[in-house]
Design a protein around this ligand. Structure first.
Ligand code: MN
Length: 287
């Protein structure tokens, strides 16, 4: 059975642009090996925004070498990028953006949401790309809530949405470049759930709300991050309260990681190349 090897509860908040008050729960600069193929997780909100006619968020900025995955729980996120893709996603929806060889994009609160104001909460993950796919053409998948399979867990334990990967023979809609499981769970209080996770695969739980325990921990109250021992198989989660969490799993890439700001590659030289390409202005355009 997998056991907790790292727990994080107290994380400082900072602003990304003027729209996203985020807490960075993990990053490849502090725990690279146990979280691969994931690179980073920012948890934005929950925070109530008053109605505004201003555009809140981050203007044009580049990415290269990985994918950004945005899961919205409250509010709306509007995106536009250099491939011409764009759209607004709301509660339950997911945006899966493949930066790969390069993309320039902007991320703002949705216009209608900004006008109305209200509760804002989202997660943004950075998912690494295998070396062989880092210079692929960029791409964009808009994954609406209704296209994400929702599984009822046994013994009325709750529900699980398969965003990526598979669970009990059902597949999630996201296309990925290496094996990734991204599951969004709601667990009922006083239940136990056993997730079948093979040994040698990464397993990370991020509890947004509620209270759970996993082997090796006392009771965790959300928000809390728990990284599990990648050597063991299967994960038992006990929910003490109604709880909302995401499970991040996958096969570790086992390739060198060299990152600088919005670029994550395999070598220093590829980072210098990313800066050169971005500054030359051809970056993220359709070839
Ligand atoms: Mn971005």
């Amino acid at each position: 059975m997998k056991k907790a090897i790292l727990i994080r509860t107290e994380v400082d908040s900072h602003w990304v642009g003027d729209g996203f008050p985020v807490r960075n729960f993990f990053s490849y600069s502090d725990v690279a090996n146990q979280i691969s193929p994931f690179l980073l997780m920012d948890y934005a909100g929950p925070k109530v925004f008053p109605p505004t006619s201003q555009r809140l968020g981050v203007g044009e900025h580049p990415h290269r070498g990985f994918e950004t995955v945005t899961i919205v729980y409250s509010g709306e996120v509007e995106h536009r990028d250099s491939t011409g893709a764009g759209g607004t996603i709301g509660p339950g929806d997911v945006q899966w953006m493949t930066a790969a060889s390069g993309i320039v994009h902007e991320e703002f609160h949705g216009r209608d949401f900004a006008k109305r104001g209200g509760d804002f909460e989202m997660i943004q993950l950075w998912v690494n790309l295998p070396k062989a796919n880092k210079m692929n053409p960029p791409g964009y998948q808009e994954i609406k809530n209704h296209s994400i399979p929702l599984i009822e867990l046994p013994e009325n334990a709750g529900t699980l949405r398969i965003i990526a990967g598979s669970f009990c023979g059902k597949k999630g809609p996201a296309r990925t470049f290496s094996p990734v499981n991204l599951w969004d769970l709601r667990l009922n209080s006083n239940t136990r759930t056993l997730l079948a996770v093979p040994a040698t695969e990464t397993a990370v739980v991020f509890l947004r709300k509620g209270s759970i325990s996993v082997p090796g921990t006392a009771e965790l109250k959300g928000p809390a991050l728990c990284v599990l021992d990648p050597e063991e198989s299967d994960l038992l989660i006990e929910a003490h309260d109604d709880s909302e969490l995401v499970f991040l799993g996958g096969k570790p890439l086992k390739e060198p990681i060299v990152g600088y700001g919005p670029f994550v590659m395999n070598t220093e030289n590829e980072i210098r190349e990313a800066f050169r390409d971005y500054q030359s202005g051809t970056f993220g355009k359709k070839k």
